[in-house]
Design a binder for this molecule. Structure first.
Ligand code: SAH
Length: 261
């Protein structure tokens, strides 16, 4: 039995508590723990997902910024108490806890920090074999989009360079308290076996971001700041717009730029 007052939903922390136990169970079972038995849940709130993580044979850690939620979690999930990190996920150095070990990520976290959460996950990809999360539906679709799609963008290319991205299911507003104004979508990222890319990875991030900053232009125009040689500019890859290029095209392009004299 829960013996604590429910947490009041605070808007500035993006709190929309999931109230549907079946959906909570399903999200908590989206990860495959064969690569790592550690899981970090971002923004557990009142623990609706945490409860279904704790019933699995894994080590569950949670990171929660809201002191009121932390009190609630400590009172209601004593088994979790030593694994509660009361910090901002975006700012905290996770290796204070994980010390270089692998961990998967899961969460129903605020929409307004969800893309930053993915960027931090990409930075720490060497330690993160898998990631499942709830997003605003359009953001989840964008991350999973393929080249040629109107919503294909920076996060699609960068996430899919290192991870297989799967859109799992849509979640309606009514199953949250308070309900958000938008539909949500759950996605899963599973790291590729070979996630060391055959190119300068830092340069790839720069190329992708620069190209999509002007997504209507051809690559020749949007990559002007890279001072391409005339010889390279003649390559037909530069006739295209960024949304037409696959992840492997971007990797090939990064190598062309690196070798351009
Ligand atoms: N996962 C819970 C709560 C969802 S609301 C559920 O499904 O019901 C989003 C949660 O993320 C809240 O508990 C909020 O306090 C927490 N949160 C917001 N910003 C955060 C941050 N930067 N780091 C960690 N947790 C955060």
């Amino acid at each position: 039995m829960k013996n604590n007052q429910p947490v009041r939903a605070k808007k500035h922390l993006g709190q929309h508590f999931l109230t549907d136990q079946t959906i909570a169970h399903d999200i908590a079972h989206t990860l495959d723990f064969s690569a790592s038995k550690n899981v970090l849940e971002i923004g557990p709130g009142m623990g609706v997902l945490t409860e279904y993580l704790l019933e699995q044979d894994i080590q569950t850690y949670v990171i929660e910024i809201d002191p009121e939620s932390v009190i609630y979690l400590k009172e209601n999930y004593p088994a979790l108490s030593n694994n509660i990190i009361e910090k901002d996920f975006l700012k905290y150095d996770l290796n204070e806890v994980f010390k270089g070990a692998s961990f998967s990520i899961i969460g129903n976290f605020p929409y307004n920090i969800s893309t930053q959460i993915v960027f931090k996950t990409l930075e720490m990809r060497a330690q993160i074999p898998q990631f499942s999360g709830m997003f605003q539906k359009e953001v989840a679709q964008r991350i999973c989009a393929k080249e040629g799609s109107k919503v294909y963008g920076i996060l699609s290319v960068l996430a899919q360079a290192f991870y297989h991205a799967e859109y799992l299911f849509t979640v309606p507003p009514q199953v949250f308290n308070p309900p958000p104004k938008v539909e949500s979508g759950v996605l899963r990222l599973t790291r590729k076996d070979n996630f060391k890319l055959d190119c300068d990875e830092t340069l790839l991030f720069k190329v992708v971001k620069t190209a999509f900053n002007q997504r209507r232009k051809t690559m020749r125009n949007s990559l002007k700041t890279f001072n391409l040689s005339d010889n390279l500019k003649a390559n037909t890859i530069f006739d295209q717009r960024p949304e037409q290029l696959s992840v492997s095209d971007f990797i090939a392009l990064t190598n062309l730029l690196e070798n351009d004299q």
